[in-house]
Structures are given as C-alpha cells and as structure tokens.
Design a protein around this ligand. Structure first.
Ligand code: SAM
Ligand code: DTB
Ligand code: SF4
Length: 325
C-alpha cells in the first residue's frame, strides 16, 4: 500500500528534473511495478482510449520543426493539400466512429490559424461533435480569443506539444520559442478546453533532457489531461532523419521508461503511445501499456506517415485482453 499512498502525494507535487531522472534510473522491473501500481489506482487496467487523426490541411508549413515532414523548407515528398471541405472531414469522422474511435483529432500544418482558416474548422468541430465523438484540434499557436471560439464550437481537447526539454528546444525549432508554446497552452486552459500536450523521444536528446520534458509536462498546473509520447518517425529530407542511427540510437527500454515516468508523474492523465508504433514490435507496445500508456492513435495513418492498420491493432488488443474505452 506504500506505493498507493505515495502516488497520491505525488499528484500535487512539482517534479524536478532530478526527481524524474531518479525514476529513469530505477531498475527496469522496479520502474514497471511502480508505474503499473499508480496506473491501477487511477485507471481501468485493461482499457485503452482510441483517437483517430486526420490531417485537414497538409504540408507547406512556414515553420522549421526539425522532425516534421510538413515543413515547406524540407524536401520530404509530402504533397501540399488545401484545407479539406467540411463534408469530407465529417464522413471520415463517421467512419472512425464506426471503427471504434471515441475521439477525432483534426490536425493542420499551420504556424497558427488566421481567422479565415479558423471559420471552417469551427464548422468541422460542430459537426464532428454532433456525431457523438470527442473533438480535438491541433492547429499551431493560438491568438487571444481563438481558443474561446473553438470552445464555443464544442472543442473538447487542443493538442499542442512542448516537444522536448527547454534546453534542447533550440536545436529542434527556431521559428518559435518554448514560451510561445506555453502561452498557447495557457490560452487553451483559460478557455476551459482540455489540454493535450506531450513530446517526442528519439531526437538525439539525453536522458536528462527526456526527464526534463516529463518534468515540464508534470509541472503544468494542472497537468495536461492527455499526454502524447511520440517516438520520432524519421522522415527522409527532415534534419532529424538518421537521428536514431548508430551511437545516437535509443534503446526500446528508454522509450518504455519515458512512458512509465509520464504515468508516475501525471497519474490522472491519459498517456498516449503516439507516433512510432508502426516501427515498434508488439512486445514493446505491450510493455508501454504495462508502463501505463492507456491511449493510442487508431487508424492506418497519423497525419502524413503510417500507423498500424485497424486489423493489426484489434489482433494485438485481443492477444492482450485489452478493450477500447
Ligand atoms: N502545426 C501544428 C503544430 O505544430 O502545433 C499541429 C500539427 S504538428 C504535426 C503536431 C505534433 O506532431 C508536433 O508538435 C510533433 O510533436 C508531432 N510530430 C510531427 N512530426 C513528427 C514526427 N516525424 N515524429 C513524431 N512526432 C511528430
Ligand atoms: C501528437 O503528439 N502526435 C500526432 C498528433 N499529436 C497530432 C502527430 C504525429 C505526426 C507524425 C508524423 C506525421 O504523420 O506527419
Ligand atoms: Fe508546421 Fe506543425 Fe510541422 Fe512545425 S510541427 S512544421 S508547425 S506542421
């Protein structure tokens, strides 16, 4: 019962980087046990939430995020597409509901939306919500008043990631600051929208920097309701391509440890095993679930890159006795 008692106390604690690093330093089995103990206290042990992603505006982005296939400045082969029409988005959302998703996440390759961009998105949110799905958007930085408009349209979650530790951030993105991201998160929170905020593992960061990302996320007040942990999808043409090659490769245990650290430090949050599942074997995914991941992206595509198809995920869930939330 000691672990149960401690986890309650942790919930209200600000996590220092050193404290999160101490979690990473635990023997793997001890860390798994601790994460699973916290997980069972706060969540149904064998239930996983399913979100489906759709890119509603693809490519041609002005930003320089070093991991991103949609940045206009990198030659990645992603074809630019103007914003989808509302009917296409709604019919895709209907299909994902039929497949069992409970949340529909609409992503756009913008630095941030202009008002003329936001208007059709508001309509999409209204119509997707009317289908009985939870709604999520990821549109980049928000200006004053935009989060309120999204809330009024029925937006449940806004995704905006911190991506990495503050001290690593400048190596990955130069066209906006860490503080810009925190400001957008404040606007989302202030409008009463649930926050979905996480980061990427495998961009050449150190363990201290991985711990730094988790400490930042856990110290948001309150912590994000949803925490996507992405394993870098290496796309040719982006500066981060080959980041996981040779000496810089990170071991699968390190990714699982990051999930466990997120679970322990943010006990109430849904931790999403996000991008990178297609490159991951089933055993590693199962360990991520054991470490406390209780949400995935579901459907054969993320935004521009692949994700396991629905049949494969159904088979994995069946092997593990997991059911969708
Ligand atoms: N343009 C908006 C923005 O940047 O906030 C929304 C879309 S952006 C693609 C959403 C998030 O996807 C990024 O913040 C990043 O964490 C994640 N992402 C993008 N490319 C990725 C990749 N190659 N591997 C893993 N995650 C990635
Ligand atoms: C998040 O943290 N991961 C998703 C979602 N939020 C928008 C995006 C992953 C994108 C992977 C690369 C691609 O498909 O373009
Ligand atoms: Fe643009 Fe978002 Fe990609 Fe950055 S992550 S380049 S802002 S689409």
């Amino acid at each position: 019962m000691q672990a149960v008692h401690l986890s309650r106390r942790w919930q209200t604690q600000n996590w220092s980087v050193a404290e999160v690093e101490a979690l990473f330093a635990l023997p793997f089995i001890d860390l798994m046990f601790r994460a699973q103990s916290v997980h069972r206290e706060y969540h149904a042990a064998n239930k996983i939430q399913l979100s489906t992603l759709l890119s509603i505006k693809t490519g041609g982005c002005s930003e320089d995020c070093g991991y991103c296939p949609q940045a206009a400045r990198y030659q990645t082969g992603v074809e630019n597409e103007a914003i989808l029409d509302v009917a296409t988005v709604v019919s895709t959302a209907k299909l994902s509901k039929q497949n069992g998703a409970s949340r529909f996440c609409m992503g756009a390759a913008w630095r941030g939306p202009k008002q003329r961009d936001l208007d059709p998105v508001l309509e999409m949110v209204r119509e997707v919500k009317a289908l009985g799905l939870e709604t999520c958007c990821t549109l980049g930085m928000l200006k004053d008043g935009q989060a309120e408009q999204l809330k009024a349209a029925g937006l449940d979650y806004y995704n905006h990631n911190l991506d990495t530790a503050p001290e690593k951030y400048g190596d990955i993105v130069t066209t906006r600051e860490y503080q810009d991201r925190l400001d957008t998160l404040d606007r989302v929170r202030g409008a009463g929208i649930n926050v979905c905020c996480g980061g990427i593992v495998g961009m050449g960061e150190s363990r201290t920097e991985r711990a730094g990302l988790i400490a930042q996320l856990a110290s948001l007040d309150p912590p994000p309701e949803s925490v996507p942990i992405n394993y870098l999808v290496q796309v040719e043409g982006t500066p981060m391509h080959d980041q996981l090659a040779g000496e810089r490769a990170i071991d699968w245990t390190e990714f699982v440890r990051t999930i466990a650290a997120a679970r322990i430090t943010m006990p109430n949050s849904f931790v999403r095993l996000s991008a990178g599942r297609q490159e991951m074997n089933e055993a590693t995914q199962a360990l991520c679930f054991l470490a406390g991941a209780n949400s995935i992206f579901y459907g054969e595509k993320l935004l521009t890159t692949g994700n396991p198809d629905v049949e494969r995920d159904r088979a994995l869930f069946s092997k593990l006795g997991i059911t969708p939330l």
